[in-house]
Design a protein around this ligand. Structure first.
Ligand code: SIN
Ligand code: CO
Length: 379
């Protein structure tokens, strides 16, 4: 189903045109993708950024440059950490802004022409004039949306990925940019993985990055094996009624190896197991994410009445995905909703429901359980 989107976001391209021509292939610069964008009310200037970077439930980094010397420090910070010399070139970057700033989740979900299963988070950086993290490349796709101020982006498709040795940041040794752009508030730059880039504040500025994730095969396989370990149930036990005396009692005999190989061949999986693994893995909250259940939860009846009037909204921390009739919320599979599958799909896509009209009692009870866990709330 084609979903409605801000028509300027991709500079007049349809989402499918963008996917066919640019996604994971080449950069796209869109002037005035979000006209009038200067950030969100909740995070509009240096002071709001510093407040966030001082919180211990927020992931933040501080990067400063003096000539060829680079410094990186990880938060939480104290406000005095940002009292730098006037000529210092520094930037502070805050991850997971979608979890911490009102409106951040909605901003990130404007990019819903990419599946949520690929979405990572919203990061915001504040840089002073000349501040930035230096020329580097990333392994993920990113949309860089310019907020307040201006940032100069230089990018290139170089093959040479050698990094400078002996410094605490991954900075390209020989950056050879082929494009050079000055981005103004509301301009958007899409970069595929592995493109070299360097963004520098021209005057103080803030940049909003919508980042995506792709796990390495090794990580997916390791996580899958953990999942398999938790779900595996095999019968039988090693047995050797036909044992032959060995020349060397210390030797691991060929018959033993054969038998164990056959036992291990019983470790099997199928599409349903892979689907369940993906549902759990992709919705698993990050390690520093905790939910806040309501102090005095409404009863199921009052909850239904409150949602009946105002609708409900997923908590920004909630990850709700589905595959067919299987739903997964925050790392757990959820009981199949049967008749109300479409409404729950709508909740997962839009992250809100206008009302609970025509939902079965069982679904309202399920939503009430999610509310009691802090996964969603009446609007
Ligand atoms: C980056 O290029 O990954 C950092 C973006 C920024 O400084 O906003
Ligand atoms: Co980058």
């Amino acid at each position: 189903m084609a979903r409605t989107m801000n028509p300027t976001l991709l500079g007049g391209l349809t989402p499918q045109q963008f996917l066919d021509e640019y996604w994971q292939k080449k950069p796209l610069l869109v002037r005035q993708a979000v006209p009038g964008f200067t950030g969100l009310e909740a995070l509009h200037d240096r002071h709001a950024m510093i407040d966030l970077a001082c919180r211990d439930d927020v992931e933040s980094r501080f990067v400063a440059r003096a000539g060829d010397a680079w410094t990186i420090r990880r938060g939480p910070f104290a406000a005095r950490d940002f009292k730098q010399r006037r000529d210092a070139k520094w930037t502070v970057l805050v991850q997971g802004v979608n979890l911490h700033a009102a409106g951040g989740d909605q901003l990130m979900r404007q990019f819903d022409f990419i599946p949520y299963a690929r979405l990572d988070d919203l990061m915001v950086s504040y840089a002073v004039d000349g501040g930035g993290v230096g020329p580097h490349f990333d392994n993920y796709d990113v949309f860089l949306l310019q907020g307040v101020g201006q940032r100069r982006w230089r990018i290139g498709a170089q093959r040479d990925k050698a990094l400078i040795d002996g410094i605490p940041l991954k900075i390209l040794r020989d950056f050879k940019p082929s494009r050079d752009w000055l981005l103004n508030p509301g301009d958007l730059l899409y970069l595929p993985p592995q493109w070299a880039h360097d963004g520098t504040g021209v005057g103080e500025c803030m940049t909003w990055s919508i980042g995506f994730r792709t796990a390495p095969t090794q990580e997916i396989a390791e996580q899958f094996l953990f999942h398999l370990q938790d779900t595996l149930q095999l019968g039988g036990r090693y047995a050797d009624p036909g044992l032959r005396q060995q020349k060397h009692p210390a030797e691991i005999g060929a018959a033993m190896i054969d038998q164990v190989e056959a036992m291990l061949a019983k470790v099997r999986w199928n599409r349903a197991i892979v689907r369940e693994f993906l549902g759990r893995y992709l919705t698993e909250p990050k390690s520093h994410v905790y939910f806040s259940p309501p102090d005095e939860p409404l009863s199921a009846a009052r909850f239904a009445a409150a949602c009946g009037k105002r609708g409900l909204r997923l908590d920004p921390r909630t990850q709700l995905l589905f595959s067919g009739n299987a739903f997964f919320i925050n790392g757990e599979p959820s009981p199949a909703p049967g008749a109300d599958r479409k409404a729950l799909q709508k909740l997962a896509d839009n992250r809100q429901l206008e009302n609970l009209d025509a939902l079965t009692v069982a679904t309202v009870d399920l939503l009430h359980c999610w509310y009691c866990d802090g996964f969603l709330a009446p609007r």
